[in-house]
Design a protein around this ligand. Structure first.
Ligand code: ZN
Length: 130
């Protein structure tokens, strides 16, 4: 399943609405932070060969000339705020919700683990109180 980040009409070159997937956004964010395609591939558990088409797709969707231009347009459009995003835990899950997005797979998994942990903590507190 692909978590899609839906963004409404944006002032990106006055073009149509841009909808980058969570993955495209994550890759673009890592590009923005100066990571090489090899670095990005390692972080996202894929191969560098898989990163290039993702970057190209984001470039095309944003109507950018190249990757740095795509980063600039994404920042201006508020898609990238320049801060690294947390994924895979309760905070990442909450951040998705705050942005009105469907949380990504990693964040759902982290949230489930967090909820299970909380449930266990409540249960053991009850046992201690009894
Ligand atoms: Zn996430």
């Amino acid at each position: 399943m692909t978590a899609v980040t839906r963004v409404g009409p944006l002032p990106v070159g006055g073009g149509p609405a841009v909808s980058l997937t969570d993955h495209e956004l994550r890759v673009l964010e890592l590009v923005a932070h100066g990571h090489t395609h090899e670095d990005i591939a390692r972080q996202l558990f894929t191969t560098p060969k898989g990163i290039t088409p993702t970057v190209n797709r984001a470039v095309k969707k944003l109507g950018a000339a190249n990757a740095p231009h795509a980063v600039l347009l994404a920042c201006r459009a508020g898609l990238l705020d320049g801060r690294p995003r947390r994924h895979g835990d309760h905070a990442g899950f909450a951040a998705h919700q705050y942005r009105g997005e469907e949380p990504c797979e990693a964040c759902w998994a982290g949230e489930r683990a967090y909820r299970a942990e909380r449930r266990a903590a409540r249960k053991s507190a009850k046992v201690r109180a009894a």
